[in-house]
Design a binder for this molecule. Sequence first.
Ligand code: ATP
Ligand code: MG
Length: 368
Amino acid sequence: MKVNRLGFRDYRNLKENELIPGPQVNVICGDNAQGKTNLLEAVWLFTGGRSFRGARDQELIAFSSQAGAVLALDFEAEEREQTAKITIGRVAKKRAAQFNGVDQPAASSLIGKFCAVVFSPDHLSLVKEGPSMRRKFLDAALCQRKPAYARLLSQYSRTLAQRNTLLKDISYHSELLETLEIWDEKLSGLGAAITIERKRYLERLSEAAGEIYDGISQGRERFAVRYDSGLLRDGGEEAGYRERLFSLLQNGRKEDLNAGFTTKGPHRDDLLVTVQEKSAREYGSQGQQRSCVLALKLAEAALLAEALGEKPVILLDDVMSELDASRQDYLLNKIQGWQVFITCCDPNSISGLSQGRTFYVENGEIRG
Ligand code: ATP
Ligand code: MG
């Protein structure tokens, strides 16, 4: 997948213009607050999702615009030139999309038509913070690959919420206790299926990310990520997960009733990211933590490419800081065959760029 042209009007601080990127690395350089991230965010919106900065659509329209923002993308996918257009109306308060000239029922209809993987500094929380970000990363990656997983996940969440409500109700109506078993059974079936999908995906992710990390660190450090789940702790066959989760739920009943929520199951699981067999969260340096997230993101892209039969576009926002020269060199020159967009503030960090294009952004103006 490759972006051939991005056109924009009244989008954030970007002056009406277009960006014609090259097929490989595109570096977007400029001082703080000039519009570099805005540019990546504009490309990202064509994946059909929300802004990776969590911004609301109305925030994307230029302050000065009465009408609204317009974005247009010419890209290559399935060996054909495709076009997409997004408009965000000021009055209509709605994001609308066209694909190959045809109005789409919703902006989210672009999902799967244009694919990208993004790294932004916010994603460092993947290594630095608690498990919920890591579960989200894992679930989002699996949902992109497999729509059936998204259905499974929402069924699980619904069942979990129902069991939790029941746990609270039991303290007032003890006769409800006997109905708990039905939810234990349902939850263990769905939970076992989720665990299997996550574990299998992580085995492949760990291998792919390990190879990438090896490149980033020039073979100096070993990276791994594995699934940390109560269900897997003592090994055992996948076929037995359902029974094990069922007995975990049954044995944890007293604890659950006291807590008023379900204390066991995949909604409490985590990923363990290690460098040199030590937890990256607890012992990793800034550069190592950044390298870990990058390796995970690039590996996600590699596995998505396998599933799609097409390489997603890679968007790397402010990834260069805290990386030493050899790690920066890997990003600039070793990611072959992918279209990459990298933003940076310091022009020195791209002095090692051997191929590719550089753009400069100043106060919303882009020079190529
Ligand atoms: P940094 O290096 O600090 O990350 P950046 O070049 O990535 O900077 P952006 O986040 O792309 O900066 O752009 C920020 C600029 O865009 C700010 O000056 C901000 O005021 C402006 N901006 C954000 N939203 C809008 C909007 N809706 N209309 C006009 N300007 C906006
Ligand atoms: Mg930025």
